[in-house]
Design a binder for this molecule. Structure first.
Ligand SMILES: *Cc1c(COP(=O)(O)O)cnc(C)c1O
Length: 384
């Protein structure tokens, strides 16, 4: 019989619910992506706590293998610099004016998404006696941040006049690269190509061009340009269940818990808040110390399953903030038994896509929703 080691987190606490991140798989996923997109470079996307995998550990582990690191917000970039990460870091999101000195102090690459912002970057870097590295953001059909493709010449021309700005890159973002109908994605690429023509027309050196997120990496080889930006794929998860799995990657994250209580529940005795579930015969029910307060969606109530001793069992009754119940019928489970909420065990698995389907969301949200109360434990595979 297996001996159950309590999980000791870095701050010394002991918790019966934890996330295991397999760092070796992250490395292999990155290698697989790199091999597939070569000679294009790879910007690893580690925003949102590295899709729930833990920003600090993931970045420390992968930064030396990455050509570039992409984060969403300034604070994520600063954290990486404070950890000693030396790789170039692009902050992908929009900038608020007062943040500019912080970007420059921490040697973070800025996303210039409007002419006004670009000029501000130039002014602040001149005041600080620095040269800012920027990537120009072109909106080719997402209608999020970025200069519209039909106005792009304004920012490209303005950049030529900004002497304290180095336009290192230029990028855009797909709205529909995960679709089976790639017409809109192709239209976005055409628009991007047209914008890029500016550099050829003016005999200017071409900045680093990048556009492809995970779905585009899987479906649109012509979108790789000089660099790709994989997020979810890096973590071994495919963006949708339908998309072709043209690059072999494996999930790096497992979410686990333990049985902390066992009881027999009799018919006529409904389980949990709102009494949404009851059995018509006596059943064995175990309680797990995990709930929506950990990021296990309440909308999974009475829909989700967990793995105990290599077998899938249905969760029953409403999921509580810190606990939930599982019906093991007539099977056995003991206090301390390991439970897999997300991951593989003895050939069975519950994927982020499964949880997403049951909760009515996408795997991205399943992963990024696992909150920081859940300690992350990092493992590496020895013989690989
Ligand atoms: C999040 C993000 C990505 C990564 O997307 P995935 O689908 O997870 O690969 C790439 N580029 C930008 C601009 C993003 O915001």
């Amino acid at each position: 019989m297996q001996i159950h080691q309590p999980v000791i987190t870095t701050n010394g606490s002991v918790r019966a619910t934890w996330v295991e991140v397999n760092l070796s798989r992250l490395t292999k996923n990155l290698q697989a992506i790199r091999a597939h997109v070569a000679p294009a470079k790879v910007m690893i996307i580690v925003k949102a706590n590295a899709y729930g995998h833990g920003l600090a550990e993931v970045a420390k582990h992968l930064s030396s293998y990455a050509d570039y690191i992409g984060v969403a917000v300034l604070e994520e970039g600063i954290l990486l610099r404070e950890l000693g990460v030396k790789a170039p870091i692009l902050v992908l999101g929009g900038i608020w004016g007062d943040q500019l000195p912080h970007y420059l102090q921490h040697d973070l690459t800025l996303t210039a998404s409007s002419v006004e912002r670009l000029e501000q970057i130039d002014t602040v870097s001149r005041q600080m006696g620095l040269k800012a590295k920027v990537h120009l953001k072109i909106d080719t059909g997402m209608e999020r941040i970025g200069v519209h493709y039909y106005n792009a010449h304004t920012i490209l021309e303005s950049a030529l006049k900004c002497s304290n700005v180095e336009v290192e890159g230029i990028f855009s973002h797909f709205a529909n690269a995960d679709s089976s109908d790639l017409a809109h994605a192709h239209l976005q690429m055409e628009r991007f190509n047209e914008v890029l023509q500016f550099y050829k027309n003016h005999s200017l050196p071409m900045p680093i061009r990048h556009m492809a997120n995970s779905p585009a990496i899987l479906q649109l080889p012509e979108s790789y340009y000089d660099m790709v930006r994989p997020g979810i794929m890096l973590y071994g998860v495919y963006p949708t269940s339908e998309i072709a799995r043209t690059v072999p990657v494996l999930p790096a994250l497992a979410w686990k818990s333990r049985v902390v209580y066992f009881k027999v529940v009799n018919p006529g005795h409904p389980v949990s808040y709102g009494s949404t579930w009851q059995s018509d015969h006596p059943v064995r029910v175990v309680t797990l110390p995990v709930g929506y307060g950990d990021g296990y969606f309440r909308s999974l109530s009475n829909k989700t399953q967990v793995l105990i001793r290599g077998k899938k069992y249905p969760q029953v009754g409403r999921i509580c903030m810190d606990q939930m119940m599982v019906n093991i019928e007539t099977d056995s489970a003991f206090n301390g038994d390991e439970v897999t909420l997300l991951g593989e065990l003895d050939g069975e698995s519950i994927s982020a896509q499964d949880l997403a389907d049951w909760a009515g969301t996408i795997p991205y949200e399943v992963l990024t929703n696992i909150n920081t109360r859940v300690p992350r434990v990092y493992i590496t595979e020895k013989n690989n």
